[in-house]
Design a protein around this ligand. Structure first.
Ligand code: FCB
Length: 477
């Protein structure tokens, strides 16, 4: 931006005292390949499950696809300049598997790798730390045709692909996360089917979750062997799960959803075991016969960091007669073995996704991971909100998003005060983008995208975030 000191329009907010973050705190913003790159058929890229899904009628709102998205593939150098103007210390992006290994097997595609090499060089040239996510949901279609994540072989394919990326970029990328949000890949992709590949089978969702984590473990081992200096982790989406009351049936509902949403991933990765109550809850769905001896040792291969994505809280209750139909992420098919649990709406303010705004939930989530699971450094690898924005006189004054960021950064700071080794924060998202099944109808960006002209307009939240980064903290209001 031309004038990072431009005062943001926050006059109506009263957000509390000045807060300073620890020295070296890694301030960043995040995106994902399919959500921003476009160029779906260029440079040797082959289709992924999201190309197939978005081109299938009725799957994505208004028939939107990622064919063009933000055209980042062609605009990458100027997008990196924009990041530099915001003062970002780090940029979290994902590598498109079908761009660097078309079809999901065989040798690397030099042209695909070259795009990421240029991106990384551009970032380093601007003093921005690259943060590479290996899998943000774009499984090459032939691997889905061969069984997808419910098939064990996909884990091995993921490790092979990881090796190709490690060989090409390992000399210049320090921070690596394997998977983004395996819960979504497994339970939205194979359970409820609202995400690609759009399959709906509880046992497949559970198997997919296991094989995703197996792929993670194998990928960590491959990276560790070839790049011993790299900082390795995984990104999980976590939610505090609160019972609607202290009635034992509500408390048990919360336990069940917590097992499926959080402990399904945290326990294998950080403790090397599945929670025993999870296996009991799922006994009608699967006997966990897909788990082989040695898998959990691979899955729990030691890491250097844990990435936490945080958006909202789940409040749940025991089933009642005649419960109302629920939004997609509350669909019973997302929660095998707990289909009858009822998600409760508290009536607190929500974002344009209908996700309740609950900043204290971030403190709670970070404290839980630290206090119950690990001393490893934690990073918030995504946090943000969709709101309906409008361009007025060439400006986008996204005061609700700005307030969301402010409240959550205060919550993150509180976690640090409580002893959590939180080392960085990545806003979701750098720019508006293809929001999966919602297409372009939901805007999460700090930078507005005009999808007709591809113009970028930094919103008020972007100017405010630049100031947060500059002072390494929040101003008193
Ligand atoms: C997360 C995804 C990210 C984005 C945000 C809003 O679940 O990782 O790609 O869609 O939600």
């Amino acid at each position: 931006m031309s004038n990072p000191d431009h005062p943001p329009a926050v006059g109506v907010l009263d957000q509390g005292p000045e807060l300073t973050f620890p020295p070296g705190f890694l301030w960043g913003a995040a995106t994902a390949a399919y959500q921003i790159e476009g160029a779906a058929t260029e440079g040797g890229r082959s289709p992924s499950i999201w190309d197939t899904f978005s081109h299938t009628e009725g799957r994505v709102v208004a028939g939107h696809t990622g064919d063009v998205a933000c055209d980042h593939y062609h605009r990458m150098p100027s997008d990196v300049r924009l990041m530099a103007e915001l003062g970002l210390k780090s940029y979290r992006f994902s590598v498109s598997w079908p761009r660097v290994q078309p079809g999901g097997s065989g040798p690397a595609n030099a042209e695909g790798l070259d795009f990421y090499r240029r991106l990384v060089d551009e970032l380093l040239g601007h003093g921005i730390e690259p943060w590479l996510t290996l899998y943000h949901w774009d499984l090459p279609q032939p691997l889905e045709d061969a069984g997808g994540w419910p098939a064990r072989d996909t884990a091995g394919r993921f490790a092979d692909y990881t090796q190709l990326v490690a060989d090409a970029l390992g000399d210049r990328v320090t921070y690596w996360t394997t998977l983004n949000e395996p819960w979504c890949s497994a339970f939205l992709g194979y359970g409820s089917g609202v995400h690609a590949p759009g399959r709906s089978d509880g046992a497949d969702a559970v198997r997919a979750g296991h094989h995703l984590m197996l792929g993670h473990g194998l990928a960590v081992q491959a990276l560790r062997a070839s790049r011993p200096q790299a900082q390795l982790g995984i990104t999980v989406n976590l939610y505090p799960v609160t019972p609607a009351s202290d009635a034992p049936a509500d408390v048990d509902a919360a336990r069940r959803i917590d097992a499926l949403a959080n402990r399904f991933f945290l326990d294998p990765v950080l403790r090397g075991s599945y929670p025993t109550d999870l296996a009991a809850d799922l006994r009608e769905v699967t006997d966990f016969g897909h788990v082989r001896d040695g898998d959990l040792a691979v899955i729990s291969t030691p890491l250097d960091l844990v990435g936490v994505n945080y958006y909202s809280r789940h409040v749940v209750a025991a089933p009642v007669e005649g419960a109302e139909p629920e939004p997609y992420w509350r669909a019973p098919s997302c929660w095998p073995g707990s289909e009858d649990v009822r998600f409760v709406t508290r009536g607190v303010p929500v974002t344009d996704m209908d996700w309740e705004i609950d900043a204290p939930g971030l403190t709670e989530t970070l404290r839980r991971v630290h206090e119950e699971y690990t001393d490893l450094p934690l990073y918030v690898t995504e946090n943000g909100s969709a709101f309906v924005d409008a361009v007025v006189d060439g400006q986008v004054d996204d005061i609700d998003r700005l307030a969301y960021f402010d409240a959550h950064l205060r919550a993150a700071h509180e976690a640090i005060n409580a002893g959590v080794p939180l080392r960085g924060y990545f806003a979701w998202s750098l720019m508006d983008n293809f929001e999966w099944a919602w297409g372009y109808t939901k805007r999460f960006g700090m930078v507005w995208i005009d999808y007709d002209s591809q113009a970028r307009i930094p919103k008020s939240s972007a100017r405010w975030y630049a100031e947060v980064i500059r002072r390494n903290g929040l101003a008193a209001q």
